[in-house]
Design a binder for this molecule. Structure first.
Ligand code: DX5
Ligand code: ZN
Length: 218
């Protein structure tokens, strides 16, 4: 069986205390820290940019998993690499030259991730398997935390795992992951589970213990 990693999304964290929140979720057992970058153009929401990523980098001991919900993406890859991202994930739908985008991420010496929106089929990645270290299957429409899991994506995960075979490629699930939905995607072949609202609910920087309880439950 595959070891499952939990990657809490700081989109659901206290926006006035990102550094402390990153330390808290790692202290409470997070495997990765998922950083949701949104530009208000590719998605109808705006979060933070390279400077904020650089600011939290010293507060993250482990993997900083940067999810770029931005278009165009190529002009900003270097900035996120220099900010300290370990994994840089671009959306296939963000532009016409995804192969070039993945090359640019790898040229920065970073792990390359490819995110698929719910409407995008896995045939889109069939010829990119040598260019990715991670495929992020969106199980909500990107832009917000706390949305409902889109169950039709579970079959996509199963087909993707079959396509990947034993290649060293993570399947990351992003959106609506809870104690109820996590088993579905883990059984289908996912190995990294992003969770925002399900991890941060009930806790705070002052009282982070619920973060650990929520992570262990997932
Ligand atoms: C949505 C983001 C997700 C989101 C997950 O656009 O990419 O990472 O923060 O939040 P939950 O786990 O609350 O659905
Ligand atoms: Zn995300």
């Amino acid at each position: 069986s595959r070891a499952i990693k939990i990657a809490p999304s700081i989109l659901s964290a206290d926006f006035a205390n990102f550094g402390a929140e990153c330390r808290a979720i790692e202290d409470q057992g997070a495997d990765w820290v998922h950083v949701d970058v949104m530009d208000g153009h590719f998605v109808p929401n705006l979060t933070f940019g390279p400077a904020m990523c650089a600011a939290i980098r010293p507060h993250i001991r482990g993997v900083m998993d940067v999810h770029l919900m931005i278009a165009p993406v190529d002009p900003y890859i270097e900035a996120y690499a220099k900010a300290g991202a370990d994994v840089i994930t671009a959306h296939l739908e963000a532009g016409p030259h995804i192969h070039r985008t993945l090359q640019a991420i790898r040229n920065e010496g970073k792990k390359a991730g490819l995110a698929l929106n719910p409407g995008t089929g896995i045939d889109a990645v069939a010829h990119l398997l040598d260019m990715v270290d991670l495929i992020c299957v969106m199980t909500v429409n990107p832009g917000f935390g706390g949305q409902k899991f889109i169950h039709s994506q579970v079959d996509k995960v199963r087909s993707l795992r079959a396509m990947i075979g034993d290649r060293p490629i993570h399947i990351e699930i992003d959106g609506g992951v809870t104690v109820e939905t996590a088993p579905l995607v883990a059984a289908a072949g996912a190995d990294v589970l992003v969770a925002g609202s399900a991890v941060f609910k009930g806790g705070s920087v002052a009282n982070p213990a619920p973060y650990g309880e929520n992570i262990r439950a997932i």
